[in-house]
Write a protein that binds this ligand. Structure first.
Ligand SMILES: CCC[C@@H]1OC(=O)[C@@H](C)C[C@H](C)CCCCC(=O)CCC[C@@H](CC)/C=C\C=C(/COC)CC[C@@H](O)[C@@H](O)C[C@H](O)CNC1=O
Length: 156
C-alpha cells in the first residue's frame, strides 16, 4: 500500500510544477537555469513523446487506462515480493496519471524541463515523463537482474 504513496507524491509534485509554470509563465517563455544546459520553458504537447501522434487524445486515453490497469494488477500481484520492481511500477503509475490528468482537463500536456544535452536539444518534458522514464529503466534493470539470478539457478 505504501507504494501508492510514491505514486501520489509524484502526481502531486508533477501537477504542482505544471500549474506553477502554467500560471506564472506565458507560453514559450523561457528562463535559463544553467547557462547552455537547462532552461524552464513553458511548452504544450498534444502528442506523446517527441510530439508523436499529435492530437490523438482517445488513443492516449485508451493506452493510458490499459497501462494503469496492467500496473495496478502487477502491483497487487508482486506487492510482497519485489520491492524495487514495485517502486518502478509506482513511478510509471505516477507519471502516467500525471499526464492523464493534463490530457483529460486540457487535451494537452504541460512541458517545461528544457535540456540541451551535449548539443542535442532534447524535447521539452515534465516531471511525469521523468517518473515514467525512471520507472521504465528501474523495471528493466530489475527484470535483467531477476533473469541473471534465474540463469544462475539453472546452472547448479
Ligand atoms: C516519457 C513517456 C512519454 C509520455 O508517455 C505517457 O504519458 C504515457 C503514460 C502514455 C502515452 C500515451 C503512451 C506512451 C508512448 C510511449 C512513448 O511515447 C515512448 C516513450 C519513450 C521514452 C522512454 C520511456 C522516452 C522519453 C521521452 C521524452 C523525455 O522523457 C524524459 C520526451 C517527452 C516529451 O516529448 C514530452 O513532450 C512528452 C509529453 O510530456 C507527453 N508525455 C508522454 O506521452
Amino acid at each position: 500500500m505504501r507504494y501508492y504513496v510514491i505514486t501520489l507524491l509524484i502526481v502531486l509534485f508533477d501537477q504542482a510544477t505544471k500549474w506553477m509554470v502554467a500560471l506564472n509563465m506565458n507560453l514559450y517563455d523561457s528562463y535559463e537555469v544553467i547557462p547552455g544546459f537547462f532552461w524552464i520553458t513553458s511548452h504544450r504537447n498534444t502528442g506523446a513523446a517527441w510530439g508523436i501522434l499529435e492530437g490523438q487524445m482517445w488513443l492516449f486515453y485508451i493506452v493510458t487506462v490499459i497501462v494503469i490497469g496492467i500496473l495496478i494488477y502487477y502491483m497487487q500481484l508482486y506487492k510482497n515480493s519485489y520491492p524495487w520492481l514495485m517502486i518502478g511500477f509506482a513511478f510509471i503509475l505516477g507519471g502516467a496519471i500525471g499526464n492523464f490528468i493534463d490530457r483529460i482537463f486540457l487535451q494537452e500536456v504541460i512541458d517545461f524541463i528544457d535540456l540541451n544535452i551535449f548539443g542535442y536539444d532534447f524535447p521539452i518534458f515534465n516531471l511525469a515523463d521523468s517518473a515514467l522514464t525512471v520507472g521504465v529503466i528501474l523495471v528493466i534493470i530489475m527484470m535483467l537482474i531477476d533473469e541473471m539470478k534465474n540463469k544462475g539457478k539453472k546452472v547448479d
